[in-house]
Design a protein around this ligand. Structure first.
Ligand code: GLU
Length: 312
């Protein structure tokens, strides 16, 4: 790491696939407070690498919502759609190191594979030693076979979830870094962007915990520093589903930031006093920064959104 890095540089990296909802607010609040309470910087990155799922209107809506909730970020917003050259350089580096291979497998051909915890096929290694004659490259995959450098089980200490261990060859298989449609994969983009920005601490939802081992593996392959990770419990609805556009989570109400922020702080175990209900948004933030304790965040992967926290 360069000596000019601050002691703490965090970030929030929403995907602009729809408006911010309460689940994303909880992640934003956790990462923002952890940075600010430690005198750190907090960066904002629009993760629009998956262009077909993202829109500029959603990105602008997210920026407006964050502003109305009183979030302030350091420096200019980074947009992944402008970072393609950096991802391409990283792919060339992986190609030169012999760590990636072209893959001709179609989704249908992988349909019989075992499934990873996130529902994706665990890649059976079909093209690792070369594609069958006459086949066309669909995607580029990074090799995590036990013989690959750095492919031993990835172990890291998460500041909230504790020790996490993942055997990528068993749990995930060789994973995609460049997709069949030519777009770079989220896993590669995040690693390249976090390193380019000098991010030291990644505080995000525990739904991304499964991705972290892949990202640490890529950091090893590319010779990049590994940030510290803290995965916050993810807010789930009564059916146990993560709040998301697909589960019809309501967009945040920008006119009532204090009520939603108090709910988020409470879920994060910060116990805001009752009188803060009448505080201004900025008074609430001042209290929250002064009193933030990462150690009080529930050490769980999910948090059911209790009835009393549903903002009317
Ligand atoms: N863009 C991802 C999301 O919205 C977050 C990625 C990250 O924080 O690393 O779920």
């Amino acid at each position: 790491m360069s000596a000019s890095y601050p002691l703490y540089r965090g970030r929030f990296a929403p995907s602009p696939t729809g408006p911010l909802h309460f689940g994303s607010l909880v992640a934003a609040v956790g990462s923002f407070l952890d940075a600010r309470a430690r005198g750190g910087e907090w960066l904002l990155r629009m993760e629009d690498v998956d262009a077909p799922r993202c829109s500029m209107a959603a990105a602008e809506d997210i920026l407006r919502t964050l502003e109305s909730f009183g979030f302030t970020w350091d420096g200019a917003v980074v947009w992944q759609h402008q970072r393609e050259a950096a991802y391409a350089d990283a792919l060339v580096q992986l190609q030169n190191n012999g760590q990636v291979f072209p893959c001709a497998c179609t989704r249908r051909e992988l349909a019989d594979s075992l499934l990873a915890a996130d529902g994706a096929a665990i890649y059976p290694g079909t093209c690792r030693l070369g594609m069958a004659e006459g086949k066309k490259t669909q995607a580029w995959r990074v090799s995590v076979s036990p013989a690959s450098a750095g492919a031993a089980p990835i172990v890291f200490e998460d500041a909230i979830q504790g020790r996490i261990e993942s055997d990528l060859s068993r749990d995930v298989g060789d994973f995609i870094v460049r997709r069949a449609d030519g777009l770079f994969a989220y896993q590669l983009a995040v690693v390249v962007d976090d390193a380019a920005a000098g991010v030291t601490h990644v505080v995000r939802g525990a739904d991304l915990l499964l991705s972290t081992a892949r990202q640490i593996f890529l950091q090893h392959c590319l010779g990049l520093p590994v940030p510290l990770y803290a995965h916050l419990p993810v807010v789930v609805n009564a059916a146990g589903e993560k709040l998301a556009k697909q589960t019809l989570a309501a967009p945040l109400d920008s006119k009532r930031p204090v009520a939603s922020l108090i709910c988020a702080l409470t879920l994060l175990g910060q116990q805001p006093p009752l009188e803060l209900v009448d505080a201004s948004r900025d008074e609430l933030w001042a209290w929250a920064i002064r009193h933030w304790r990462l150690g009080n965040v529930p050490r769980q992967r999910t948090l059911p959104l209790a009835e009393q926290f549903v903002t009317p």
